[in-house]
Design a protein around this ligand. Sequence first.
Ligand code: IPM
Ligand code: MN
Length: 368
Amino acid sequence: MATYKLLILPGDGIGVEVMAEVEKIAQWFTKEGIAAFEFEKGLVGGCAYDAHGKAISDSDVALAQAADAVLLGAVGGPKWDGVPYDVRPEAGLLRLRKDMQLFANLRPAICYPALADASSLKRELVDGLDIMIVRELTGGVYFGEPKQIIDLGNGQRRAIDTQVYDTYEIERIARVAFELARKRRNKVTSSEKHNVMKSGLLWYETVIALHARDYKDVECEHQLADSLGMQLVRRPKQFDVIVTDNLFGDILSDIASMLTGSLGMLPSASLGEVDQKTGQRKALYEPVHGSAPDIAGKGIANPIAMIASFGMALRYSFGLIEAADKIEKAISSVLDKGLRTADIKGEKGDAVSTSQMGDAILAALQTA
Ligand code: IPM
Ligand code: MN
């Protein structure tokens, strides 16, 4: 049985609660002889700031670099609203993304039929929805320099963020999208705003050229990001794979996630380039949802996004496709049985707790 080294970074708020459920599930796979996991634990976000004044320590970054995969819960909370910008909780997550060069963020938005009524859209618009958002994660306005606030000396200040993309950054993320589309419904929608942004224009031209050169067999369309936002709530099932930059991807993936009923359902994978020698790639898996300070510590958070993120690690980092399918089946089956955490409960019935949901998924794994 192969052994995989996992770095666990539960982070803040509900991150800690949902991560505990993943540990149960990982142990089950080991007990069944499917794969063994070595856990190391670290701190990221506000808890890391409390412990050593930084959003992540150099030694935890080194552990992340050395791990076969990193699992991250969530970062942030009002407790750290006043901390200096460079050490705010989000800085820990951004440093991991940048230092590990995790340029490809995969955010699937899948609507489980049992949850179609929890969506804010009509059931027929979202039932069976299966979109993959591919978000560029190490470039654009998140990291572009200059990034600063200047005092103009006349009582005014000026804030600058820089949106910057090089051809290679656009090509490598578009390749990820085209390759994924080939294994799905063979369609890519590329999104930017080339009508107002130079970076959008380079994005648009680069994707057109790459498509013509290497991916003619894949259907490729282009939508301006504002229009794509509108189409996502108008007729979401028209999409298969969407590829877009860091900021638009952040926004559009939150919209897409809500179509599925709850932010508490959606996992994500952040992947680096495949190493030609080893065939391995750096990877971090985390739910799309945040630390949810309003419900943190109550034991009512939905652990499904975190558990499904672990499922993505099995699929994309370890090639354990059957095991990943098992997790997805187990999640579907508990939803079919009517089990709901508070976020997906709707008007009727009782909500189960975080650990009850985790235990139910564990029980469903035995039969999946
Ligand atoms: C996300 C989050 C992060 C982002 C924050 C926490 C920095 O919203 O992963 O979508 O903006 O990328
Ligand atoms: Mn976000």
